[in-house]
Design a protein around this ligand. Structure first.
Ligand code: ZN
Ligand code: ZN
Ligand code: ZN
Ligand code: ZN
Ligand code: ZN
Length: 209
């Protein structure tokens, strides 16, 4: 009962469908290539100004006291701490720089809090947040970030970052005179370290220690 026009239309649709499928396959292949150049990382961002205030690196400290690199790398695995004596269920970023580490409003260190409940583990020795009395039920800092927003406005998020391709790494690294490249890398690392120090100094501790 189908008209010739109908059959012709059907053929055209099938042809268009095949073309669309081919295009989809091409796009999917492209997507997977792009995904191979991306990696999920952690970032510490301000929910008020949306700034990525603090870099979270392999050496960054968790509430449990262990570094990010000591936690499971996969986000799917919850980034639990791999240290056999640690009960930390997942990385919880603590702002730190050199010997300075963020403390809780209860005046105790992050590492003195239970990594599972984040409550202070000092028991009766803890006078609670801002000395209000009672036990501190969960780590909270009074520190104000460089972005001028309180620690509590910030959150740890998963971000997708592009990973430099081999060609890009060659261009930026091993292609030149090794000594010159090493010196440039050192200078860049030093500048980055200095910038991080500046960020901490611009931030301020509100509660007297
Ligand atoms: Zn941890
Ligand atoms: Zn740990
Ligand atoms: Zn405490
Ligand atoms: Zn506390
Ligand atoms: Zn901030």
């Amino acid at each position: 009962m189908a008209s010739p026009e109908g059959r012709a239309g059907g053929a055209a649709t099938a042809g268009a469908g095949a073309a669309a499928a081919a295009e989809l396959r091409a796009n999917t292949a492209l997507d997977s290539r792009q995904q191979q150049q991306k990696r999920t990382e952690l970032a510490w961002v301000c929910g008020t100004c949306e700034a990525e205030c603090w870099p979270i690196r392999a050496e960054s400290r968790c509430l449990c006291g262990h570094r990010l690199k000591e936690h499971a790398a996969a986000a799917a695995a919850g980034r639990a701490c791999a240290n056999a004596r640690c009960s930390c269920p997942g990385f919880f970023f603590i702002v730190a720089e050199g010997a300075w580490t963020l403390r809780c409003r209860c005046k105790h260190r992050a590492t003195e809090h239970d990594p599972r409940t984040r409550a202070c583990g000092k028991g009766a020795a803890c006078r609670g947040k801002d000395g209000e009395g009672g036990a501190c039920g969960g780590f909270e800092a009074s520190w104000v970030c460089n972005c001028d927003h309180p620690w509590t406005a910030h959150r740890q998020v998963e971000v997708e970052r592009k990973v430099a391709t081999l060609a890009e790494r060659m261009a930026g690294g091993g292609g030149g005179v090794p000594a010159a490249v090493a010196a440039a890398a050192l200078a860049a690392a030093a500048a980055e370290e200095l910038e991080r120090c500046m960020v901490v100094r611009r931030g301020r501790e509100v509660a007297a220690d």
